[in-house]
Write a protein that binds this ligand. Sequence first.
Ligand code: GDP
Length: 443
Amino acid sequence: MFDALTDRLEEAWKKLRGQNIITHANIQETLKEVRRALLEADVNLQVVKDFIADIEKSAIGVKVIQGVNPGQQFIKVVYEELVKVMGESNSPLAKAESDPTVILMVGLQGTGKTTATAKLAHYLKKQKQSCLMVAADIYRPAAIDQLKTLGQQIEVPVFELGNQENPVNIALQGVNKAKEIEADVVIIDTAGRLQIDQGMMLELTQIKESINPHDTLLVVDAMTGQEAANLAQTFHEKIKITGTILTKMDGDTRGGAALSVRKVSGQPIKFVGVGEKIEALQPFYPDRMASRILNMGDILTLVEKAQEEIDFSDMEQLQSKILDAKFDFNDFLKQTRLMKSMGSFSNILKMVPGLNKINTKDIEKGENELKRTEAMIGSMTLEERKDPDLLAKSPSRRYRIAKGSGYSETEISKLIKNFTRMRTMMQQLGNGGMPGMGGGMPG
Ligand code: GDP
């Protein structure tokens, strides 16, 4: 995400190297570089102009601080302006005073509206809120089925009346259904078009008037750059939105959308979509995004994700098993799934400072390795999973697993050997010793 912009901004600081103080004269080259970087990232021209004027004003006003070089000072100024341009702080979802909170999803076709509806329901469910999704997109042939499938996957009910009913009626009945089942939140997926047309706007206006949503979220595709911001502006003028969800931020996004939407439309980005998987949705934090753009990593998002997804009692149990060397293949599977529930490896690693440029090939290799291991464990009996030593002793068991999983006997043997070695190592660590040092630290 934003790699090109990040690289270009890094180039910009370099122009201040060797300077003792930021002046109007010596900052011009750097500003030009920043301007170029932003324009190449497809940021809206007016946003770029204001941005440059603001950082110039702030940077020149900054007093020289001992031990901080002008480049570092400049980065701090840019960071603060980036945060400002993206809306200062996180804009949470609206909350109804009496349930349910009604969220209307709008946007053009193909932007990821239906996916975002389900991602949002999944996100809210994790926050212990009960949801109902309403399928009011009656025009795109597969939209209702798609929402139903996603609903099953995340175990969130879907209200639908087929594709013959009027969408206004579907939305209204959907909200009534949500009241009836006492859902905390009802999310309505509406029909998009390939481009803005009057029919769509009229339909959305009618739906809005009849259900009076607390939030009207426009789903826009980050890959379309500043066009996403223009779209947000138009939708806001026509039907009044309360925020946006920026999807496909995991793609080769240049940054124009994230940096332009707020300023151009006046409406905040509330969430970002960072992948096709259902858990790939994050609340949008301008400060975190700014630090990511400036390559300062995004530890906060990582920590929050870890807190959300991990059941700590599970973790403690695993830990004590590890220390007692009772760690078996079942625990291994459990641990793998815990990690996976946080998203793909590459998504997790991208958030760690300094690792966001890690070779994705290496990550894929690691992910593939885990998949292989899971397949092999899948072919073991419960008894074998509980007692890996059974396998170490029995070639016929290893042969059977090889046949069942489609891997060679050598590969099965290697897995068991590695697993046993890991277990011994962990046990030594748990006993306060260092692996391979005969146990016990010197002294
Ligand atoms: P709709 O027509 O707006 O309802 O769009 P869909 O929800 O059907 O999504 C269109 C395509 O975009 C699908 O293939 C989704 O998997 C994909 N998609 C949606 N959100 C994201 C995202 O955040 N990242 C990526 N890479 N793909 C996404």
